[in-house]
Design a protein around this ligand. Structure first.
Ligand code: ADP
Ligand code: MG
Length: 326
């Protein structure tokens, strides 16, 4: 790498680590962290490409907050505690104003969730951001997609459809008040991750996933991995008042097949429900039962949805989130 790039790393991406587990951070050939022997490491990587994963209008700060928040969501989905992350940054040129705003946004989310940036790679090319997140979980306690059992209840944190409603507003498909626009902007660029709730629920959850592709698509991932079917009840879907009040009949579609909600979708066995409700009541997070796990009727497990006791037909092209394409 050139001297220029060392200077960029030093100026914008080097900070004192906040956790004592970090032995060596940005600046050496590798980072070194110490790991608790009772825990298991959990890690995941996400890449975001300009104009595909965020609108062209996104500011450097918004790109950073969205990239790190959505990457951390995968740790929430496993019930893990976020610890460290690394950043692969490819950019067309060294633009100092851009870097200052980007790194400020990045560290604001790092501080919010208590993760340290411990390394990365910086290269020249079309704007692309890869983030690898690392977290820990008590041994054998991570949530997985394949652990749903017939008879489980299905729950979701927060509200559904905010991400898709936000995208519709960003694309000027729907007109909204300034207040709603700013509410949705926050939902899109820095959704609130239910990570404390996820860690608290670690002993009562069977299967879990974060809603990134859309409720139907992500529930289908659980159904297929677990060899079960899932019935959703749209009468109980939690929809933000701002979204319901929008002058648009689309909220059910947004809830079912819009992506980008970054909420936790999870199942709980009948025997665990009393403990689950005890914990849920103590949490500062909205949690709603929206369905149940039922036997599959041959083939792969699938997802169906009911409203007013009527089955809703879901067009197959509406089952998942499409990447942002201009
Ligand atoms: P090497 O040549 O040994 O691969 P680099 O020159 O790529 O190392 O990086 C030097 C140091 O800066 C390393 O510690 C690396 O982890 C860190 N680093 C590089 N780019 C970034 C970045 N975008 N964010 C955080 N740390 C980075
Ligand atoms: Mg390198």
């Amino acid at each position: 790498m050139s001297l220029h790039e060392f200077d960029v790393i030093k100026q914008y991406f080097t900070r004192a680590s906040k956790q004592s587990s970090v032995i060596k951070s940005v600046g050496d050939d590798c980072a070194i962290v110490s790991v608790d022997t009772d825990k298991q490491l959990v890690m995941s990587m996400d890449t975001m490409v300009a104009e595909r994963h965020f609108p062209i209008s996104a500011t450097p700060r918004q790109i950073a907050t969205r990239a790190l928040t959505t990457s951390l969501s995968d740790l929430v989905a496993m019930g893990a505690k976020p610890l460290w992350f690394t950043l692969g940054l490819t950019m067309p040129s060294v633009d100092r104003a851009w870097l200052a705003e980007f790194s400020e946004g990045l560290f604001s989310i790092a501080d919010k969730y208590g993760v340290d940036l411990i390394g990365g790679d910086t290269t020249q090319g079309p704007l692309t951001i890869s983030i690898q997140v690392h977290g820990e979980v008590d041994a054998d306690k991570a949530f997985t997609r394949d652990a749903a059992c017939v008879g489980d209840s299905l729950f979701v944190t927060g509200t559904l459809g905010d991400g898709a409603a936000a995208l519709a507003v960003l694309l000027d498909e729907v007109a909204v008040s300034q207040n709603t626009r700013s509410f949705l902007n926050d939902r899109f660029y820095q959704p609130e991750l239910p990570f404390l709730a996820a860690q608290q629920l670690v002993n009562v959850v069977n299967a879990a996933i974060d809603i990134s592709d859309g409720l139907i698509a992500d529930a289908t991932h659980i159904a297929e991995a677990s060899g079960v079917s899932i019935e959703l009840n749209a009468d109980f879907f939690p929809i933000a008042p701002e979204v319901k009040a929008m002058n648009s009949p689309s909220w059910l579609g947004w809830a079912l097949s819009g992506g980008d909600d970054y909420q936790l979708l999870f199942t709980v066995a009948k025997d665990s429900l009393p403990d689950f409700y005890d914990i849920a009541r103590s949490l500062d997070v909205q949690i709603t039962c929206i369905g149940k796990v039922v036997p599959k009727d041959g083939g792969l497990g699938h997802v169906s949805c009911y409203a007013n006791d009527q089955r809703i037909e879901i067009p197959s092209n509406k089952k998942g989130y499409q990447h942002f394409v201009t």
